[in-house]
Design a protein around this ligand. Structure first.
Ligand SMILES: Nc1nc2c(ncn2[C@@H]2O[C@H](COP(=O)(O)OP(=O)(O)OP(=O)(O)O)[C@@H](O)[C@H]2O)c(=O)[nH]1
Ligand SMILES: [Mg+2]
Ligand SMILES: [Zn+2]
Length: 398
């Protein structure tokens, strides 16, 4: 039986504390939990003027059942929530736990998607070892990520490698109609994050995997705000592919590439400019957002650069700062030799930078059939989560 929406409704007086205010992880609209719309469950209520014809109706509830779940206009019980502006689904955990947003940035083909998929896979399996547990906030919204993990580590047929990330369309983005115009918004990955010392999750971890093209100058605008997460992220994982840079290749003894080089220093400078723009920072100010530079595809260059990924930097009882420092220093020395322009770009823009060698595949991409054995794939992401106040890298000063 339907109960009226009164102040005694459990939704209005939640047993669990809600955050006071949050930002929609798709369009960045600021909202209070009470402003969230509900998503209809009755199959007859298909089609929403903003979310699209294939999406269920979003509505502001006026009827609830005795457990506090909203009832849609056809009487079906609804618990899924949506942003009042872009009407994309917001995982419930984002209303209950403060968000830690981590942006994954890098040039096209740098290895972002492989690294992210391997990192999440490693974090799922090695929570105790890493001292950090991630659980999908809404598994339904992570079909893309699960398909990647299955392709690299599971039983999916075909080569063990991922497709290039689309620049629009696909599962990574959604088109919504806002005030008569179409806006393309990114689809985030949202997890609940629990640290070893905590009994229950204390934050929502929000990650984005863009196509590298979105980080090239001029690729983000008001109608496609696909990298606006840079304005809100607590930490950035910049995936640097040394094998795309002629200077790095020479420094680690790799033969010149037949591919046109990519100016990754310019990708980094463009990223810094966008962060300043969205946060209203001065151009002469170094940014305080921690930057983790994931030096990717280390399987191809770590041995010659004398970089080791054998230890366990976040081992329980260990000192992660001491464990990460040798890799940081070796990568920095390599970067100074191979690409001083890249070092200048990050040193001039960021206050706190950690370089981490890593490999999402753990081996060369060809042949595609062999097993995938990530090396330190999760380390840049755990580091990004631990840079905040009270985190295990809170005191890290390079
Ligand atoms: N050797 C080696 N190759 C890798 C590794 N990770 C990715 N690659 C290769 O690098 C290429 C690009 O990897 P992606 O993960 O798709 O790169 P991305 O940064 O997501 O690229 P966009 O989606 O285009 O922005 C693929 O051909 C991979 O096979 C690695 O750890 N080692
Ligand atoms: Mg990609
Ligand atoms: Zn929104």
């Amino acid at each position: 039986m339907a109960a009226p929406a009164t102040a005694s409704n459990p939704l209005m007086h939640p047993v669990r504390d809600l955050v006071g205010r949050l930002h929609c992880p798709s369009c960045w609209h600021a909202l209070r939990p009470a402003d969230a719309l509900f998503i209809a469950e009755d199959p007859r209520l298909l089609g929403d003027p903003v979310a699209g014809a294939d999406e269920a109706l979003r509505f502001l509830p006026s009827r609830f059942d005795l457990t506090g779940a909203a009832l849609d206009p056809e009487g079906a019980r609804c618990t899924r929530l949506a942003c009042p502006r872009c009407r994309r689904e917001i995982p419930r955990s984002m209303l209950e736990l403060p968000a830690t947003i981590v942006s994954v940035v890098g040039a096209p083909g740098a290895g972002k998607s492989h690294l992210l998929a391997s990192a999440i896979w490693s974090m799922r399996r090695d929570a105790d070892r890493l001292g950090l547990q991630v659980i999908d906030a809404e598994p339904r919204l992570h079909a893309r990520l699960h398909a990647w993990e299955n392709r690299l580590f599971g039983s999916a047929e075909g080569p063990r490698r991922l497709e290039k990330t689309e620049t629009s369309g696909g599962q990574g983005y959604a088109s919504v109609r806002i005030e008569g115009r179409t806006e393309v918004v990114p689809a985030p990955f949202v997890f609940t994050l629990r640290r070893a010392a905590e009994t229950t999750p204390a934050t929502s971890l929000v990650l984005y995997d863009n196509a590298g093209e979105h980080f090239l100058p001029g690729a983000d605008d008001a109608l496609r705000p696909v990298t606006r997460h840079l304005g809100r992220s607590e930490a950035i994982v910049f995936v640097l592919d040394p094998t795309q840079d002629p200077g790095f290749r020479a420094a680690v003894g790799l033969p010149p590439s037949t591919q046109p080089p990519v100016r990754q220093d310019l990708v980094l400078s463009e990223m810094a400019a966008r962060i300043r723009h969205h946060r209203g920072r001065r151009t002469d100010e170094r940014l305080d957002v921690p930057l983790v530079i994931a030096m990717a595809k280390a399987d191809l260059w770590a041995a010659t650069a004398h970089v080791s990924m054998l230890s366990d930097p976040f081992a329980v009882g260990g000192d992660p700062v001491a464990a990460l420092r040798p890799g940081h220093q070796a990568c920095l020395a390599l970067a100074r030799r191979g690409s001083p322009e890249f070092v200048a770009a990050f040193e001039s823009a960021f206050e706190r930078v950690l370089l981490v060698p890593c490999s999402g595949l753990g081996r060369d991409a060809a042949p595609p059939e062999g097993p995938v054995t990530p090396r330190w794939a999760a380390v840049p992401f755990v580091a990004a989560c631990e840079f905040g106040e009270g985190g295990r890298l809170g005191s890290f000063k390079p």
